[in-house]
Design a protein around this ligand. Structure first.
Ligand SMILES: NC(=O)c1ccc[n+]([C@@H]2O[C@H](COP(=O)([O-])OP(=O)(O)OC[C@H]3O[C@@H](n4cnc5c(N)ncnc54)[C@H](OP(=O)(O)O)[C@@H]3O)[C@@H](O)[C@H]2O)c1
Length: 304
């Protein structure tokens, strides 16, 4: 198993185009920064213009010749996903890397514009639609990849088709775990369908372990500060947490369906490498059922 990823040795990627959702902070920001260093043109797909423009400035301060463009995307609203894809397609005729990164964790119960539970909507359903709307461009771009962000939380996840969007009950953590399991099931099913269509595009997944980002914004402040000493021991920086995503996107040995994460203690931190998700993440029957439900709920059918 390959356990070394040498980002320095990755050659320039000039001419390539990437979309990074949630690129204004955390792992998305670090991913966009490293892509910019490799001369990839990066679309910052963010919901908040001020935060996105601030991130753009911070990247340009490090990489003065960075090619960056902000296009608004609010994953709480499928209409925004459609507008984003339309805007992107008006200006670009290629898409090399789609990084389905943006996410939220354990918010209070909230529904998206389309009545999805917010974690399922933002983390999964909107990225499902976004990928579908861009699949023709990805298919037409040689060597293109889709990287979807999962989490160790998928390990306890279950796809509850009777309570997919908190129709019956809501547990913040159960919904988060479900959304992150959905992201790997989607990765695998998408890759199977791309393969069947003889596409050169591959679908892969990554998780950062436990990384210090803004993701914990809904954790109660007291618990957050009390747990901080332990948290510091078991976590790594956002720059390190982004490496599995960057490896999945740029390493030459990556195969469709691969999953990347840090390989230190319990995959919480450490250098990035290929890892294995829990068996239910590879359950093709559940993946097909989820795919069909997702097409129905987003009112979108993939065409390969
Ligand atoms: N950090 C970890 O330890 C960890 C562990 C496992 C998995 N992950 C996964 O890694 C991914 C990135 O998380 P992170 O840790 O970098 O968290 P983060 O620092 O909170 O960044 C999340 C990003 O997603 C964006 N976002 C949230 N809601 C959105 C919406 N409705 N529309 C568009 N963008 C939206 C945020 O934008 P705003 O700034 O505007 O809110 C932000 O840019 C997530 O998918 C998360 O589940 C992280």
């Amino acid at each position: 198993m390959k356990t070394t990823f040498d980002l320095e040795s990755i050659p320039t990627q000039k001419g390539r185009v990437a979309i990074v959702t949630g690129a204004n902070t955390g792992l998305g920001y670090e991913t966009a920064l490293e892509f910019a260093r490799k001369e990839i043109k990066v679309i910052l797909a963010c919901r908040n213009e001020k935060k996105a423009m601030d991130a753009k400035k911070r990247i340009e301060a490090v990489v003065p010749n960075a090619e960056l463009e902000f296009i608004p995307l609010d994953l709480m609203d499928l209409a925004s996903v459609r507008i984003f894809a339309g805007t992107f397609k008006k200006s670009y005729n290629r898409l090399d890397l789609l990084i389905n990164n943006a996410g939220i964790m354990i918010p209070p119960l909230q529904k998206t514009k389309d009545d999805f539970e917010s974690q399922m909507g933002v983390n999964y359903f909107s990225h499902f639609l976004l990928t579908g709307l861009l699949i023709d461009l990805l298919n037409a771009t040689e060597g293109s990849r889709i990287v979807s962000l999962s989490s160790k939380a998928h390990e306890t996840g279950v796809i509850d088709f009777d309570n997919l969007n908190a129709e019956k009950s809501y547990s913040k953590m159960v919904a988060y775990s479900q959304s992150k399991l959905a992201c790997i099931l989607f990765t695998q099913e998408l890759n199977r369908r791309l393969k069947a269509a003889h596409s050169g595009t591959i679908s892969v997944a990554a998780h950062p372990g436990v990384s210090r980002t803004d993701l914990g914004r809904h954790i109660p402040k007291l618990a957050y500060y009390l747990l901080m000493p332990i948290f510091l021991l078991i976590t790594h920086s956002s720059a390190k947490g982004a490496l599995p995503t960057i490896m999945a996107a740029l390493d030459k040995d990556v195969q469709g369906g691969d999953y990347f994460g840090p390989v230190g203690f319990k995959e919480m931190k450490g250098p990035p490498a290929k890892v294995k998700a829990k068996p239910r993440a590879y359950d093709a029957e559940i993946a097909v059922k989820l795919w069909e439900v997702s097409e129905e709920l987003t009112d979108f059918k993939f065409e390969f």
